[in-house]
Design a protein around this ligand. Structure first.
Ligand SMILES: [Zn+2]
Length: 301
């Protein structure tokens, strides 16, 4: 059953979630300093999970390119206003849905290699912040991960200037993804999450409006139940500790927020330990699909 979050009082919004439950965490844009600070830094996990020589990658890429043209997910995951069969009940299996926001970037390849090493699938809510990395979207999809739309610009002032501005930005990131995988996916994540209040600086009530309108248009927005806290800068140790603290409640399904954007090298560094932590807690891993229990934060604007 779907809870009408727009009717909840503001004081309760942060604490109440629909469906799969958890504690909202902060999702932020990478700062310009993030993008430049880590250039050239050595990340040991990239070496640990290097994916082989160039020839092998080329052969793999051409093979996967053929495969995704006939991928059944193309029809299943395409935005479709006729499909309203969203699920708000947790599955029977303890499952964590790793999600990565703000990529693709120079960190995406390392994240993919780690996911492959552990044989798990995840979800990438992508942006157009680093358009030179757009081909990584196709690579993520070809490796079996789900692609969702985050935002093209990730500029809150621009995206939330008006509902028209939001739709323009969503169309722009949708076009970018369509160029890579052949369709516009139905899965989206609002910049800052649906509970963000920064949008009120630009348009009062815009999240209330958009959270309803995107579903009417055939999309579904996925907030998150827990995070490693990498919206701010932290060491890998701190990210692992935050993961354990934020998931201590032990929910059945966890949509987990992390970032593969520029400057998020410590997320890459922490990712193997985060995965092994969830494994030790008995969780399976899955990429978001239309059957995933949808987490919604309370609307704050
Ligand atoms: Zn973001």
């Amino acid at each position: 059953m779907r809870v009408r979050t727009t009717l909840l009082s503001l004081g309760l919004l942060a604490a109440l979630l629909t469906g799969c439950a958890g504690t909202p965490a902060t999702e932020t844009a990478p700062s310009p300093s993030d993008a430049t600070a880590a250039q050239g830094d050595t990340v040991t996990t990239q070496d640990d999970f290097a994916s082989g020589d160039g020839d092998g990658q080329t052969e793999q890429a051409s093979a996967t390119s053929r495969e995704i043209d006939a991928d059944p997910r193309n029809d299943e995951f395409a935005v479709d206003p006729e499909r309203t069969d969203w699920n708000f009940e947790p599955s029977d299996t303890k499952t964590v849905y790793l999600t990565f926001d703000d990529g693709p970037s120079e960190n995406t390849q390392a994240v993919l290699d780690i996911l492959d090493h552990y044989g798990i699938k995840a979800t990438f809510f992508v942006t157009g912040i680093n358009p030179e990395y757009a081909p990584m979207i196709r690579e993520c999809y070809a490796r079996g991960h789900t692609i969702g739309l985050h935002t093209y610009s990730h500029d809150y002032a621009q995206v939330y200037a008006s509902t028209d501005a939001y739709w323009e930005d969503l169309a722009q990131v949708g076009e970018m993804v369509e160029e890579q995988i052949g369709y516009v996916p139905c899965f989206i994540r609002f910049p800052g999450g649906s509970s963000n209040t920064i949008s009120a600086d630009y348009s009062i009530g815009i999240m209330t409006q958009l959270s309803s309108d995107v579903v009417d248009a055939g999309y579904q927005y996925f907030d998150w139940d827990a995070s490693c806290g990498d919206g701010a800068d932290h060491t890998a140790d701190e990210l692992v500790e935050a993961t354990e603290a934020d998931t201590a409640y032990g929910y059945q399904n966890i949509v987990f927020l992390a970032h593969d954007g520029a400057g998020k090298q410590t997320t890459v560094e922490a990712l193997p330990r985060i995965i092994e932590y969830f494994q030790s807690e008995g969780y399976a891993f899955a990429a978001i699909d239309r059957a995933t229990c949808v987490p919604h934060h309370g609307i704050g604007n």
